[in-house]
Design a protein around this ligand. Structure first.
Ligand code: HH2
Length: 276
């Protein structure tokens, strides 16, 4: 089991880049492209050389309406990729995008250092597994499940409701033994929110820094960019970069992206001109 050191993610400053590695046949933008251990490990190494500080390996799509997969199937997709990356890039920081404690536990045993849970640790066992391993934990807000989340996207006050939920989950995680310094909070852009909700959360993000937790932001290629611009999923890179602007005003944030090299260039220039 490897130890999680929060500073390691920000070794190259903030925003840090989390490269997305979907080992799925059905992810919304790259489904099937890296479905297979050899392809996925090669892609993971590419993400690292392009500037990803951490690679997020996922074996179950969370796009609206996606069909759930069993723990066995998800483990069979993800675990060989974690093992392959650990073997070929032993210093790499690997996160696993899973809400299943059994998958998380095995991935951490194989050398992953962080769990990205889109259900914000709603299963107590997930919190225990992460605490025992001394791992990092991303708590993301979602309403319902990927099957139901876009059915009701109304909130009275979206920012306050998402914030209240995430802070309560962070407290729960700490009660289960996860140190505050290992907890990252993510508003869950596109997970049970409409266009206005997504934009309100993005605008509010810089204020969340006051809570003291590092943040994670996932906007890459998401449908709100299509709703704003009409761009199809494969042509949303400019919008994805623009949607990162609020992250530039956060002191510690990890941006979860498909296009690592382009994001790195965007961040390098933003830093140089003093926007961050
Ligand atoms: N978005 C997706 C998946 N996991 N995790 C966090 N913490 N934040 C996010 O915004 C987030 C996430 C959806 O994107 P993607 O992985 O590209 O698609 P899919 O779920 O279809 O595999």
């Amino acid at each position: 089991m490897r130890c999680f050191e929060p500073e390691a993610i920000f070794a190259q400053g903030s925003p840090a880049i989390m490269g997305i590695l979907n080992v799925t046949p059905d992810s919304f933008s790259d489904g099937g492209l890296f479905f297979g251990t050899v392809l996925a490990v090669r892609r993971g190494r590419e993400l690292l050389s392009a500037g990803a500080g951490v690679v997020d390996v996922g074996g179950e799509s969370t796009r609206p309406g996606a069909q759930p997969v069993s723990a066995e199937e998800e483990g069979a997709r993800v675990l060989p990729v974690v093992a392959g990356l650990v073997a070929q890039a032993p210093q790499a920081l690997i996160s696993v995008d899973t809400s299943k404690p059994e998958v998380a536990e095995q991935a951490l045993q194989q050398g992953a250092v962080m769990i990205n849970d889109v259900t914000a640790g709603c299963q107590e066992r997930m919190l225990e597994v992460v605490a025992r391993a001394g791992a990092g934990l991303v708590l993301m807000h979602m309403r319902g499940t990927p099957q139901t989340m876009q059915q009701d996207t109304r909130y009275t006050q979206v920012v306050a409701e998402v914030a209240e939920f995430l802070l309560a989950q962070a407290e729960r995680a700490q009660r289960a033994g996860v140190p505050a310094s290992h907890i990252f909070l993510d508003p869950g852009i596109g997970f049970g929110k409409d266009l206005e909700g997504n934009l309100a959360l993005l605008r509010a993000l810089p204020q969340w820094a006051a809570w003291g937790y590092p943040l994670v932001l996932g906007v890459s290629r998401k449908s709100f960019i299509g709703h704003l611009t009409g761009a199809p999923v494969g042509e949303r890179l400019p919008g994805s970069l623009a949607a990162l602007l609020p992250a530039l005003r956060c002191p510690q944030v990890v941006v979860r992206v498909h296009d690592v090299a382009a994001t790195r260039q965007f961040l390098q220039v933003a830093r140089a001109v003093g926007v961050t």
